[in-house]
Design a protein around this ligand. Structure first.
Ligand SMILES: [Zn+2]
Length: 217
């Protein structure tokens, strides 16, 4: 069963972290609990692929261990409409490779990278990366950039701008680094994809995350 992500139609507050997400926030709905932001739901590392290219969507979905369908309520049609899917970046890259010849692929990548860079707040991104490096000087080269980009994507489009200011304090940086380690260095995404509850899955990988955090400090 696919995970569903909703683009909220009105003000939403995350029932887990208590963050006011503003209007049009991307949320999941947890039974008997209400809206949960994508950070708390551990889905905010996934990349959004808008609907439109059926072959690319099918392939990206196939390659992605963890994926979610993004839905938005249509007032005129009175039903939820699919806006696209959230997939792992590697899955999307693989799907693109399948779909396109090499020359086309390079052009498409350049275009997408440019769009993405334009969208992100460059100054904020640099600041964030610098803070990661400062607090975790032994993390592998380039990681601070990856972590900063994910964090900044989150604050650019998916949660209110007001939330971004406090995202540079140490606790917030550590949260971003922890989330990165969880998804990139542990079996966490596999555990979620296999249907494990988030809290159980987190418990299973926590020791491993703590160890890695120590070595990066
Ligand atoms: Zn939350």
């Amino acid at each position: 069963m696919d995970i569903k992500v909703f683009i909220a139609g009105k003000e939403a507050t995350c029932s887990e972290c208590g963050e006011n997400l503003g209007r049009h926030a991307w949320i999941t709905l947890v039974e008997n609990q209400g809206p949960v932001c994508l950070s708390c739901a551990d889905l905010d590392h996934l990349e959004f692929l808008p609907s439109g290219d059926a072959a690319l969507t099918r392939r990206a979905g196939k390659y992605s261990k963890l994926k979610a369908i993004v839905l938005q309520w249509s007032r005129s049609r009175k039903r939820y409409e699919r806006q696209g899917i959230l997939v792992e970046q590697a899955a999307l890259a693989q799907a693109e490779e399948d779909c396109l010849a090499d020359a086309d692929l390079r052009a498409l990548r350049r275009e997408r990278d440019a769009e993405r860079r334009e969208w992100l707040d460059q100054a904020y991104l640099a600041q964030f990366a610098e803070r990661v490096r400062e607090l975790y000087p032994h993390c592998p080269p380039g990681r601070e950039q990856t972590i900063a980009e994910h964090a900044c994507e989150k604050f650019s489009g998916r949660v209110g701008r007001s939330a971004s200011a406090k995202a540079l304090d140490e606790a917030a940086i550590t949260l971003a680094v922890t989330a990165h380690i969880r998804h990139s260095e542990t079996q966490y995404d596999d555990l979620l994809a296999q249907g494990n509850e988030r809290f159980d899955a987190r418990k299973m990988v926590w020791g491993q995350i703590e160890q890695i955090l120590e070595t990066w400090k």
